[in-house]
Design a protein around this ligand. Structure first.
Ligand code: PEP
Ligand code: MN
Length: 358
C-alpha cells in the first residue's frame, strides 16, 4: 500500500523554507499536535531571480532530523541534485519532493531517480511549471521504474505570463484530472499555496481539490507569515491552517454505492466549481476586451470588426465540435459574449471621445 494512503486528506504542512533551527523545532512542535501527517520545509530553494533567499542548505537538514526525532513527525524537503538526495537520506528525511522547476528537465529527473536506485523512499513529484501532462507523468514513471513504490503527484499550478483570474499559478484542473485518469492508483496532493499565491484563497482552492477527489493537501505554514524569508504572501499561521482544515467538507468518491441524492450532491459540487471557473474566465475575457478597446482607441479603429467576428465564430465552433457542442449553441453563446465585449470597447471609445471634446 502507498505510504500516502493512510488518511484522506493526507496533510503536508510547514514553512516554505527552513529558516532557523528554532523555527523548524517550533513548527514541528505545533504541527505534531494537529492533524498533520508530514512536515515540509525547503532547504534548497529554487528562486526565480538571484539575490533571494536560496535556503540554508545541508545545515538545515540536521534541524529537520532533530525535529522529526523530538516530535515523531515525519519530514520532507525538496531535492534537485543527486547530492541533495544523498544528504537527505543521510539525515533520515522521510519523504522527498521534486520541485516544479526540476520536473521540466527529464535529464535531471533521471539523475535523481538513478540516485534513488535501491532506496525505496516515498517521493512526491510536483507538476512541471508548463502545463504538460506527459512531462509530469514521465517524471513520475522515472521514479516508479527506479523502484519507488510510493509516488505521489503534487498539483501546484502552471505558470503563465499573466496572473489570470488572480492565481499565482493557473490551476488548469483538467491536467491533474487527466493524470489521475491515466494513473488511477496515484496519490494526488494539491498545493493551494503555490496555486493561489495568497493566503486568503487557500481554503477555497483546498475545498475545490477535495471536491475533485484529491487525496491530500500541501499547505505552507509559518508562525509569522509576513516575516517569512520566502513566499510570505501565501503562508498561513498554524491557527489559520487549523481553520482551513476544520472547514473542509471531505466527500467520498462518486461510486454506485451512493444514493441518488448523494450522487446528485457530488455532481452539484463539481458543477458549482466549474461554473465559478467559467465566470472567472469570462471576467478575464472582458478584461482583455477593455484592454483591446484602449488599443483600438489609440489606433483609431472601430470596436466592431466583421472579419474578426467571422473568425471567432468559425474557430470557436470548431473547438466546440471537438466536444460535441453544436455550432448553433456556440454561435448563440458567443453572440452574448461578443455583444458584451463590444459594449465594453464602445464605452472605452466613448470615454476617449469625451476627453477629446473637452
Ligand atoms: C515550494 O514548495 O516551496 C516550491 C519551491 O515549490 P514549486 O516547486 O512548486 O515552485
Ligand atoms: Mn514556497
Amino acid at each position: 500500500m502507498s505510504y500516502f494512503k493512510t488518511a484522506r486528506p493526507y496533510i503536508v504542512a510547514g514553512p516554505c523554507s527552513a529558516e532557523t533551527r528554532e523555527q523548524v523545532l517550533n513548527m514541528a512542535a505545533t504541527l505534531a499536535g494537529m492533524n498533520v501527517h508530514l512536515m515540509r520545509a525547503g532547504v534548497w530553494k529554487p528562486r526565480t531571480r538571484p539575490g533571494s533567499f536560496e535556503g540554508n542548505g545541508a545545515v538545515a537538514l540536521a534541524w529537520l532530523q532533530e525535529a522529526k526525532e523530538l516530535y515523531k513527525l515525519p519530514v520532507t524537503t525538496e531535492v534537485a541534485e543527486p547530492e541533495h538526495v544523498e544528504l537527505a537520506l543521510k539525515h533520515g528525511i522521510d519523504v522527498l519532493w521534486i520541485g516544479a522547476r526540476t520536473v521540466v528537465n527529464p535529464f535531471q529527473v533521471q539523475r535523481l531517480a538513478d540516485a534513488l536506485k535501491g532506496v525505496d523512499i516515498p517521493v512526491m513529484v510536483k507538476n512541471p511549471v508548463n502545463p504538460d501532462v506527459n512531462l509530469w507523468q514521465g517524471a513520475i514513471e522515472r521514479f516508479e521504474q527506479a523502484g519507488i513504490t510510493s509516488v505521489a503527484a503534487i498539483h501546484r499550478g502552471f505558470s503563465g505570463y499573466t496572473a489570470a483570474a488572480g492565481y499565482r499559478n493557473q490551476p488548469n484542473w483538467p491536467i491533474p484530472i487527466e493524470l489521475k485518469r491515466r494513473k488511477p492508483q496515484l496519490t494526488m496532493i494539491c498545493d493551494p499555496s503555490h496555486i493561489t499565491g495568497s493566503r486568503d484563497r487557500i481554503g477555497e482552492v483546498a475545498q475545490k481539490a477535495m471536491d475533485m477527489h484529491f487525496d491530500g493537501l500541501m499547505i505552507e505554514t509559518h508562525h509569522q507569515p509576513d516575516e517569512a524569508w520566502s513566499d510570505a504572501a501565501q503562508q498561513v499561521t498554524p491557527a489559520q491552517l487549523q481553520q482551513i482544515l476544520s472547514g473542509l467538507v471531505v466527500r467520498q468518491e462518486h461510486t454506485h454505492d451512493m444514493s441518488g441524492q448523494e450522487q446528485l450532491e457530488y455532481l452539484r459540487q463539481l458543477m458549482d466549481s466549474t461554473d465559478a471557473e467559467i465566470i472567472d474566465l469570462v471576467a478575464r475575457r472582458m478584461e482583455l476586451s477593455g484592454q483591446m478597446g484602449a488599443v483600438k482607441k489609440l489606433c483609431n479603429m472601430t470596436a466592431y470588426q466583421p472579419a474578426r467576428w467571422r473568425e471567432i465564430v468559425e474557430t470557436r465552433s470548431d473547438r466546440g465540435s471537438i466536444h460535441g457542442l453544436t455550432r448553433e449553441f456556440i454561435v448563440e453563446l458567443y453572440e452574448k459574449i461578443h455583444h458584451e465585449s463590444i459594449r465594453i470597447q464602445l464605452s472605452v471609445l466613448e470615454e476617449a471621445a469625451k476627453e477629446l471634446k473637452k
